[in-house]
Design a protein around this ligand. Structure first.
Ligand code: C5P
Length: 230
């Protein structure tokens, strides 16, 4: 039986947020932002361990109390210069402890509205999948490609377009090779695609946006408070 591990890359600076501290440590619903993603993943009983990947220089992590989650967490201080490098380093660090067939669920620290139900649904949907896949959302808006002057250069048909989210779930051995061969991708699925494989798109049933700009923080707070679960 393959096991499941979560990997949460959290070595970014979150510069688009324009805050005085790394985005993952901003306060959200009374907790550091990253707490919410870790709690959702830790709540999924099929996930053996939630691996948080920090920058080696991160001095924010020890300032918070992680005790309620600690039994389910493993902290890896192997963050790299890009998200892909951070994930690649984590896969290397885990190589001795996992099997090539074990599933890795890579999730952005900043997707704070993830629910355990969504994690379970993703694991169920991909249980027998030969490739793996990702949570995603069909695009609802009409898409425009802009030029350098912010004028519309082209309307892009939205049919069959999806927004990629996370978790992205692939087997350790394939993902490790894919990221080593395609280090410039912006998500794990992109690396898998570069091997000629087609990841499965699993429709997200709940809000799962990435907290990126200041206004995202208020919306995430409303959603988490309305659920009243954390
Ligand atoms: O910057 P962006 O929001 O796209 O980052 C997505 C995720 O990748 C975040 O959880 C961020 O902390 C992480 N990341 C990382 N190492 C980097 C850059 C980003 O772990 N060098």
């Amino acid at each position: 039986m393959s096991r499941h591990f979560a990997i949460v890359p959290a070595a970014g600076s979150g510069s688009r947020m324009g805050a005085g501290r790394p985005k993952q440590y901003l306060e959200l619903a009374g907790r550091p932002l990253i707490w919410h993603a870790l709690a959702a993943l830790a709540g999924a009983r099929r996930i053996a361990c939630v691996c948080v990947v920090l920058s080696p220089e991160d001095d924010w992590w020890p300032r918070f109390d992680w005790a309620p989650l600690a039994a389910r967490l493993r902290v890896l201080r192997v963050g790299g210069a890009t998200r892909a490098q951070t994930v690649g380093n984590a896969l290397e660090a885990l190589a001795a402890d996992v099997a090539p067939e074990d599933w890795m669920l890579v999730h952005d620290a900043a997707r704070a509205c993830l629910t355990t139900a969504q994690v379970d649904a993703l694991i169920d949907a991909l249980a027998d999948d030969a490739v793996g896949g990702l949570l995603a959302q069909p695009v609802a808006d009409t898409l425009k490609r802009g030029d350098a002057a912010s004028r519309v250069a082209q309307t892009v048909p939205r049919e069959a377009m999806w927004q990629a989210q996370t978790p992205q779930m692939f087997r350790h051995g394939v993902l490790r090779r894919a990221l080593a061969e395609a280090p410039h991708v912006t998500d794990e699925a992109g690396a898998i695609e570069s091997l000629g494989l087609a990841p499965r798109l699993v429709a997200a049933e709940a809000p799962n946006f990435k907290v990126t700009f200041p206004q995202d923080l208020a919306l995430a707070e409303l959603i988490l408070r309305a659920r009243g679960e954390r």
